[in-house]
Design a protein around this ligand. Structure first.
Ligand code: AMP
Ligand code: MG
Length: 513
């Protein structure tokens, strides 16, 4: 790998703490602290993402690069740091947080001039680790690596993963917070993104009333990541806020399209660029349920349930609006923009549903159709991904009973089947009103409805295998997730096996990582 081009432009512009003091502490008035990854004695590579490495300008992997991938060996030009941010967690202001287990190596530019930030996740404690150890376990690292790549290939904006390595060290975690801490294998993921800036970065400096730095951070963000914004003065910051709101709405619509539940939509986990970031207790939907939350810490309130993600994104944007108010100074504008978020989100959401059903345009009657559909999905616990796969082949005249038995998580009686039949008839009638050809409609469905989604039980099985030193399932999953709109392996096109219904890590997860 060519590591010599990695730079740290962020640290040249913003106030930082260069003491290298790794002690966990508050760091007012600085946006970052220099910090060094720990040295791991016995690291071992599990996966390296050759395609991504070439794409971002790092080139191909050689054995000696493992030292860099776990943070052990740094060329002179790599001066690592972690950033301070704040956040609202589960609806409450949490004050200063920061990169507690993420350390930046810096930024690399490829031949087309595209820049990518590179971070280690799990390479040791930083001033922002609070009471935690800055380590990550294999379990959560495999989940982050594979899910972020799966999202990328699904076409959902996301951070990405360059490598996954064992650290050779064990880490103690209490998975269920039940007073039963256990040793688990430690791992490091190298992750990449155009930028890892979060809502929380802006919230922190605004809360500390460092408005000059806030304006500098806005200017920096707009210049580097929002080239479409050409306005000047206050208009520039208004355009920025509108832009962030739209990108966030677009992201939420994408999460609904593929059935992704993030699980911890705190403002420190909201990317300012509208990327999916911080893969923790997330889940892809198996049985459709608007109330489903994948995070055990989110019970009983279900603040971060699947169906609430649009609303929560809007709430998070309110917090960003408050943070930017000292610069934008126009309450009415901020309020109007937040209200427009709702309209824009629902419009895009309904268009997305039209695509999934193969409808060329939204008709007035579709609102009722969608409501009926949601009722059906919810009542008969139908699998979200598989349902649309069944619809796609509905004209093939397969046996409806078998098709729906295979995708429901409950047993269906005659009454259920008659309701399902009824709905399918409604659907066929609706298709007849289409203003596009059958082929176009099929095309829309094929590109909107994945054939493969990375379900939690698959991750669970894959993690178990890697822990036992095998990578057969891992390789198969990588092939499947790189081609999510094709059916590469029929054995992945089935609902979650019932033996996993109540297994921790297969439907619900804790934040413990
Ligand atoms: P999360 O909910 O995973 O996004 O984490 C919330 C905050 O806790 C962030 O500031 C993280 O950096 C920090 N954090 C989570 N896990 C750890 C860990 N193992 N070590 C240090 N900091 C952590
Ligand atoms: Mg986080």
């Amino acid at each position: 790998m060519n590591l010599t081009k990695i730079k740290q432009p962020f640290t040249e512009i913003f106030p930082g703490d260069f003491s290298g003091n790794p002690m966990q502490r508050m760091t007012p008035k600085v946006l970052f602290s220099t910090v060094f990854p720990v040295e791991f004695k016995n690291p071992k590579l599990i996966i390296f993402n050759e395609k991504l490495s070439e794409e971002i300008g790092l080139g191909s992997y050689e054995e000696k690069d493992l030292g860099f991938l776990v943070g052990n060996h740094l060329p002179d030009n790599v001066k690592p740091y972690s950033t301070a941010y704040a956040g609202h967690q589960f609806g409450n202001w949490a004050g200063q947080l920061g990169d507690g287990r993420a350390i930046y190596a810096g930024e690399i530019e490829n031949q087309s001039g595209e820049k990518t930030e590179i971070q280690w996740k799990g390479a040791g404690a930083t001033p922002y680790s609070r009471h935690a150890d800055g380590r990550a376990v294999l379990r959560s690292s495999v989940r982050e690596y594979l899910m972020s790549e799966a999202m990328y290939y699904l076409g959902v904006p996301t951070t990405r993963a360059l490598s996954l390595s064992f650290t050779g060290e064990n880490v103690v975690r209490d998975i269920l917070y039940s007073g039963n801490p256990q040793e688990e294998k430690g791992a490091v993921v190298v992750r990449t993104a155009e930028s890892f800036l979060r809502f929380g970065h802006f919230e922190l400096i605004s809360a500390q009333q460092e408005y000059n730095t806030l304006q500098d951070l806005l200017d920096f963000t707009i210049k580097n990541y929002f080239p479409e914004i050409q306005s000047e003065g206050t208009a520039k910051y208004k355009d920025f806020f509108e832009n962030v709101a739209n990108r966030t709405a677009d992201l939420m619509v994408e999460w609904f399209r593929v059935g992704f539940v993030h699980g911890v939509m705190n403002t420190d986990n909201m990317s300012i660029l509208g990327l999916t970031i911080d893969y923790g207790p997330f889940s892809m939907m198996d049985e459709y349920d608007l109330n489903f939350t994948s995070n055990t810490t989110d019970l009983p309130g279900r603040r971060y349930a699947f169906g609430k993600q649009g609303q929560i994104a809007q709430w998070n944007l309110w917090q960003l609006a408050n943070a930017l108010h000292p610069i934008i100074k126009d309450e009415k504008f901020l309020e109007d923009t937040l209200n427009k978020f709702g309209d824009y989100f629902w419009k895009e959401h309904d268009n997305m549903l039209c695509d999934k059903f193969g409808f060329g345009q939204l008709l007035e009657s579709d609102e009722d159709f969608f409501t009926n559909w949601q009722g059906l999905m919810q009542e008969f616990q139908l699998d979200y991904t598989l349902f649309f796969n069944v619809l796609e082949r509905i004209e093939e005249g397969r046996d409806l009973k078998t098709e729906f038995e295979n995708i429901s998580y409950i047993s269906l009686d005659d009454k259920a089947f008659s309701k399902i039949k009824n709905f399918i008839n409604q659907y066929k009638l609706r298709l007849e009103k289409n203003d596009i050809s059958k082929e176009k409609s099929q095309e829309l469905m094929q590109k909107s409805n994945p054939k493969f989604t990375l379900r939690n039980y698959l991750l669970y099985e894959c993690i178990e295998e890697i822990e036992n030193g095998k990578t057969i399932l891992l390789e198969k999953i990588i092939t499947a997730l790189e081609n999510p709109y094709e059916e590469k392996f029929p054995e992945f096109s089935v609902k979650r096996p019932s033996k996993y219904d109540d297994v921790s890590g297969c439907s619900m997860l804790s934040c413990s990582s």
